[in-house]
Ligand binder design. Structure first.
Ligand code: ADP
Ligand code: MG
Length: 316
């Protein structure tokens, strides 16, 4: 069997069966946005890693060195945010072709530095190797109070499904050959866990449909999403139209929006204190594994849990 037959998620499942986590300190291992470890003291430690690989996650020069550095840290911060946590310390490993200019590396590090300063993350080490293509891997430690920890696994039938910001913008920009620098929702994640007591949370890295599917899988529930409620900005709608793309599809499957998707039992006044908008887009059901999209006429369509997947041959 080849990796393309197994798929990224099939492979991770298989690896998870090989690795046995056998430690009372591990609160959550493989299967969430970050691992959760109980070390000492009242808070839980969060631990996550993500890589950006040239020609897989970005091409040069479409993404500048600065943007590559920024994004490599942003995707990790987004995973800490999805747990309700505060990021703390990071390690940066880079693989570089030997012809790379020093200016390029300086700029890449400036991108990492500006974002790490913004969120007060200390870069405490890393690794440097030569590589045929550019690779940036970042690992991050963070922390979260036990009562604020948000896992993917707690959604219950009747919970509302909410999302921060708007969706599809990243895919529309990518298709138009432009790039956005993702803004990880760290502060928003903290505000959500403190005020809305989410029953589950994930960051949207692969697309709403796919990442909602992961919440449903972990929580053993289903979900229905109201198509009209999916927040898509006017700019994204216009860009999609110019590109001949369906903005709903970009919002559902485009990925890389790095917004937070979460479920909550009650949705009190949708906090005007937060800089970013929050939108109720659907509801959790007890129909395990079933995702539906409800259109304007209230017709229900099956929603495939589809998004970006590594090893797939026909990529989005
Ligand atoms: P995210 O998109 O939030 O970064 P991923 O889809 O990359 O999450 O990973 C899903 C889960 O699988 C995470 O808990 C991650 O730690 C775990 N995982 C991914 N790759 C591996 C691997 N090679 N070995 C062990 N665990 C892995
Ligand atoms: Mg994630």
């Amino acid at each position: 069997m080849k990796l393309k037959d197994l798929g990224e998620f099939g492979l991770i499942k298989r690896l998870a069966e090989t690795i046995s986590i056998n430690d009372a300190q591990v609160v959550a291992g493989i299967g969430d946005d970050a691992a959760v470890i109980k070390v000492d003291g009242p808070k839980l430690t969060l631990f996550t890693t993500d890589s950006l690989i040239e020609d897989v996650h970005f091409t040069r020069p479409a993404l500048s060195a600065y943007q590559i550095g920024w994004k490599a840290l942003a995707v990790n911060l987004s995973d800490i945010a999805a747990m309700g946590g505060v990021p703390e310390h990071g390690l940066v490993s880079i693989g570089l072709p030997s012809q790379t200019s020093v200016d390029f590396v300086d700029s890449l590090y400036q991108g990492i530095k500006d974002l790490s300063d913004k969120f007060k993350v200390n870069i405490v080490g890393g690794d440097t190797v030569s590589s045929p293509q550019l690779i940036v891997n970042i690992s991050l430690l963070g922390e979260v109070e036990e009562e604020y920890l948000a896992l993917r696994s707690g959604a219950k039938a009747g919970d509302k499904v909410l999302v921060t910001g708007d969706l599809g913008g990243s895919a529309a920009h990518r298709l138009a050959g432009k790039h956005l620098s993702p803004q990880p929702r760290v502060e928003e994640g903290r505000a959500i866990v403190k005020r809305l007591w989410p029953t589950s949370m994930i960051d949207i890295s692969d697309g709403l449909a796919s990442d909602l599917g992961r919440i449903c899988e972990s929580s053993q529930v289903g979900a229905k999403i109201w198509l009209e409620k999916i927040p898509v900005s006017e700019k994204t709608r216009q860009m999609s139209e110019q590109l001949g793309e369906d903005f709903v599809r970009l919002a559902l499957e485009g990925g890389e929006d790095y917004e937070l998707l979460f479920t909550a039992q009650r949705v009190p006044e949708l906090t005007s204190e937060m800089d970013v908008s929050l939108t109720v887009i659907g509801e959790i059901t007890d129909q395990k594994g079933k995702l539906s999209l409800i259109d304007k006429e209230r017709k229900s369509h099956p929603l495939k849990s589809k998004g970006y997947e590594h090893f797939e041959e026909n990529r989005f």
